[in-house]
Design a protein around this ligand. Structure first.
Ligand code: SAH
Ligand code: DHB
Ligand code: MG
Length: 221
């Protein structure tokens, strides 16, 4: 078969998914309820969810901060990787999204470990900094792309040496031809920032969705 590289990449992701991402009723019912409530289907892919889960466990993270909850799909993958006394704070602007997420997190059995905070992420991050929150072991950035650089700078005040910062969509439309929108410009600025930041060692791992995307991974010095 002489299919395109893109088609083969999508089949590779499907192969990985069927081997390593078992069907899960809580996750699929959560996605169905999010769609029924009119939330956009812009959650991480199943294999990217599994990757986030593995990164939390590899980092032995017990305190996780997420920026951008949507319906709680990535939140569930992250929360299930926590040790019994672990805790996850997820920041979401839209109270409707937060409501759907809370119901989905309860169904997934992780509501006791997760707090969804409603508000602008930049405000919530500043509140966490002012509240002398103990450091987070892992931060997952996945909200509005225009905010990524600010979320990174604020997150750096909420972590410790050895913490991990990951960000979704860091290759999304980055290599497309034609005029760039503000989101793509912001993602490129974020990528340049994590590439040259004196406190970070970083890379972007390509992610196969419908289209090429990426997950940036940084460790804090
Ligand atoms: N992490 C989710 C997807 C998040 S989609 C998953 O993979 O399942 C991005 C989310 O960021 C949306 O729910 C959107 O409402 C939220 N968002 C957008 N701007 C925001 C802001 N300024 N502060 C906090 N959340 C924001
Ligand atoms: C889209 C995908 C995302 O993962 C996200 O966080 C925002 C938007 C998208 O495909 O439009
Ligand atoms: Mg995303």
């Amino acid at each position: 078969m002489s299919d395109s590289f893109e088609a083969r990449a999508r089949r590779a992701d499907a192969y990985v998914q069927q081997l390593f991402v078992p069907r899960d009723d809580a996750l699929s019912e959560g996605l169905a309820d999010a769609a029924a409530a009119g939330l956009p289907a812009i959650n991480v892919s199943p294999s990217e969810g599994k990757l986030l889960h593995l990164i939390v466990r590899m980092a032995r993270a017990a305190r996780v901060l997420e920026v951008g909850t949507l319906g709680g799909y990535s939140t569930t993958w992250l929360a299930r990787a926590l040790p019994p006394a672990g805790r996850l704070v997820s920041l979401e602007l839209d109270p409707r999204h937060a409501g759907v997420a809370r119901a989905n997190l309860a169904r997934a059995g992780v509501a006791d470990r997760v707090e969804v905070r409603v508000g602008r992420a930049s405000d919530s991050l500043r509140t966490l900094i002012e509240g002398r929150e103990p450091p987070f072991d892992l931060v997952f950035i996945d909200a509005d792309k225009e905010g990524y650089c600010e979320y990174l700078d604020l997150s750096l005040q909420l972590v410790r040496p050895g913490s991990v910062i990951v960000a979704d969509n860091t290759l999304r439309r980055v290599l497309d031809e034609g005029p760039e929108d503000a989101g793509v410009r912001a993602v490129k600025a974020f990528n340049e920032r994590i590439a040259s930041h004196p406190r970070l060692h970083s890379l972007i791992v390509p992610i196969i969705r419908e289209r090429l995307d990426g997950l940036s991974i940084s460790i804090v010095e």
